[in-house]
Design a protein around this ligand. Structure first.
Ligand code: S3P
Length: 422
């Protein structure tokens, strides 16, 4: 679909503005999916209508939910009893395939879940193995998609994960609400907690202690969701404020399992303030004001990664503009995202004139005052394309992004918001 094409980006002297960013991708996926499998009808406002969330919509429709879309407002009529024998096309979306595999596992149906080339290269054993511990009948294709799920009676289990992954945790919890007894998941570091929050809001029996979440068999009842703006999308505009001027991002989700980029900003010496803090739809939000800052090098380790996992390519880019040598380590998970983000981020930084050394589990980045610009391939990874746009705007000469349209995965009007396309 978005294979070809090129976006040229001129460098800019000053970048300033006030921005309303699209709805949070993780929350939108969950609001559609969980309401799609719940008793009742829900309205979802400020939903992200990026391609990943549209994949979740089409899968839930295939399973029997009714979804009406009016701009960014969705009306979802759920069905606790899924249709049998469905083929679920999850497109590019890891969240869709992993969460849904768990959700359908105890629903007495059979389903085939598959996706595009990138999704088919990503690891699925990480969900198949723990789901099997609950008695799920789930098969991967050599550890990858397509994933096949058959009807099974599930029994709760106590699962200890060796990676911090909200997708894996959520798959287990979603199977756990159909399983007899109790199901617990413990993570080494707490990952984003939108699943546990939303399941609790929908009437599920959920208990959280530290990094351990426990669920019992539960029926879900529809809940309206007002989706905050996605900090992962706002991050590009926040970074442009720090590099090139002054930006105000409105109504940004401030869930603490997602705000790691602010900790990176603290270390980098980025000047920002959180204004107008409030709670909207059960999630904290704020307007984030970021101003041009002189940045210094940072050190990030595995502990820091989960709360900024999708922002790490951008944080690495900021390090390329910061004074001194930065180290980001313990982030091997980046190798199994929409692209191998250790490789593609290092290449991005080098192609625009920066100094980035690839480690097995991270990067060493030696900052420079000025990066010259150049050509960057997105490798069809939306986060790489958007990070490249920030890097080129902040560079001396600008350059080109090859295969830029994958931004539509999480931020369909990204270039328009930047003022680059009309
Ligand atoms: C997500 C979890 C993260 C993140 C992804 C969205 C989610 O993946 O990278 O973009 O919505 O649960 P992992 O769970 O694989 O770390």
């Amino acid at each position: 679909m978005w294979e070809a094409g090129m976006q040229s980006i001129d460098s800019c002297e000053w970048f300033e503005g006030e921005f309303e960013l699209p709805g949070d991708k993780s929350i939108t996926h969950r609001a559609i999916m969980f309401n799609g499998g719940a008793e009742g009808e829900a309205i979802i406002k400020n939903a992200l209508m990026g391609e990943d969330c549209l994949s979740t919509c089409s899968c839930m429709r295939a399973l029997g939910a009714k979804i009406e879309i009016d701009g960014t407002t969705l009306r979802v009529k759920g069905t606790p009893h899924f249709r049998r024998g469905t083929e679920l096309n999850c497109g590019n979306s890891g969240t869709t395939i992993r969460l849904l595999s768990g959700f359908v596992a105890g629903k007495g149906v059979d389903a085939k879940l598959y996706g595009d080339e990138s999704l088919s290269s990503r690891p699925m054993g990480r969900i198949a193995e723990p789901l099997s511990e609950l008695g799920a009948k789930i098969q991967t294709t050599d550890g990858h998609a397509p994933v096949y799920v058959a009807p099974a009676l599930l029994q709760g289990a106590d699962v200890e994960l060796n990676i911090a992954s909200a997708q894996v945790k959520s798959a287990i919890l979603l199977a756990g609400i159909s399983a007899g007894g109790e199901t617990s998941v413990t993570e080494p570091v707490k990952s984003r907690d939108h699943t546990e929050r939303m399941l609790a809001a929908m009437g599920a029996d959920v208990h959280v202690v530290g990094n351990r979440v426990t669920v019992k068999k539960s029926c879900l009842h529809s809940v309206d969701v007002d989706v905050p703006s996605d900090i992962s999308s706002a991050a590009y505009f926040m970074a442009l404020g720090a590099l090139k001027g002054r930006t105000l991002c409105k109504n940004v989700g401030m869930n603490v399992t997602r705000t790691g980029i602010l900790k990176a900003f603290d270390q980098l010496g980025v000047r920002y303030s959180l204004l107008n803090r409030r709670v909207s739809g059960g999630e904290e939000t704020a307007d984030v004001l970021v101003e041009k800052s002189d940045m210094r090098s940072i050190i990030l380790t595995a502990e820091d990664a989960p709360s900024m996992i999708d922002e790490l390519p951008l944080v690495a880019l900021l390090c390329a503009f910061a004074e001194g040598e930065s180290r980001i380590v313990g982030v091997k998970e980046l190798r199994v995202k929409e692209s191998d983000r250790i490789r593609t981020t290092a290449e991005l930084i080098r192609n625009i004139g920066g100094d980035c050394e690839e480690l097995e589990d991270g990067f060493v980045i030696r900052g420079k005052k000025q990066l010259v610009g150049g050509n960057v391939d997105s490798y069809l990874d939306h986060r790489i394309a958007m990070t490249a746009a920030v890097g080129l705007l902040a560079s001396k000469n600008g350059g080109n992004i090859l295969r830029p349209d994958c931004c539509a995965i999480s931020f369909p009007d990204f270039f328009e918001k930047l003022g680059i396309r009309s």
